[in-house]
Design a protein around this ligand. Sequence first.
Ligand code: ADP
Length: 359
Amino acid sequence: MTTITSKSVELIHLSLDNVSVAYSNARVVHDVSLTLGQGQIGCLLGPSGCGKSTILRAIAGFEPVVQGEIKMDEQLLSSNGFTRAPEGRQVGMVFQDLALFPHINIADNIAFGLRGWNEAEKVERVSELLELIGLSGLEKRFPHSLSGGQQQRVALARAMAPRPKLLLLDEPFSGLDASMREVLVPEVREILLKEQISALLVTHDQMEAFAMADKVSVVNQGRILQTDTPYQMYHEPVDRFVADFIGEGDFLSGIVIDDKQVKTALGVLSTDGSHSFATDQAIDVFIRPDDLLHDDNSDITAEIISKQFRGSHFLYRVVLPSKQALFCFASSHHNHALGEHIGVKLDLDHLVMFAQGNS
Ligand code: ADP
């Protein structure tokens, strides 16, 4: 199978520049800036109520902006006092609530948005999309006879049918169980890449964001805190909230010795010298579970206070003599009991540090 990767993106397709959105004069989205290239898949990731859907609704034209500009291919869609109508934006939407029409068959559901197309064009487009979503032959079936994942693919095909310039996906997988999501999310990514359609996904689920998007924007309290590739976001969070929200990890307190070293309960750690903290400043070093290794030869021991078996490895929660609790991955051959003390050591590629007391 050929793996399709998103083509390199130079052209800015969608841009949001300092956008703010308010409900009844209360701003819930503040100074949001982001860009999406042609064929690129972006994601707004954040906790419930942080403003993700509101940003999506502003892009779709359902909410006006009170500040900033939204443009597509350099054409203005929204600014303070100007909102191009949703139907004039060539933007498709897929929601968690699929809203397939139960009384019409799959082919007619997909063809629903093809107003102005002649019959032959409709038939051709529907058949092309059915093949793309792997449901050829099921065109005469009704939605209730399909699985949740199949229905979601039909909803996607229906939104893509008129060839919108941009597809907005608002929590489209949250109604599905975990195993179905695991299969469907990469499938949807492949479908979007094959159609070369730009898309923006909204989700609170980090795994979904990572499996789907070329770049992820973490949103909190109406602001984008960081936009990066999933890899960068995981390994180099620039904000304490981002570090905490993405994956598992702990903040290990330390003191800056100089521009090259910090002192922690796990020993003196080397930095790359690029930090701007002052000598003797109290900081936190961010530690992922895979940064802390179980090592029988280590001088530092920690007590196991909880453990989760994850097949290939254990995720232990251990407490250092300094009373600091940390996550620690260990190979599943290392099956230790709660209360046992095991040797641990850090294996850090680079230090991610935050000033103490900063949110
Ligand atoms: P998310 O998609 O991240 O869950 P939303 O964009 O739906 O967040 O909501 C952001 C904030 O705006 C929340 O505090 C929510 O209560 C509020 N909000 C959403 N829709 C409306 C509305 N129609 N009127 C007033 N407040 C709203």
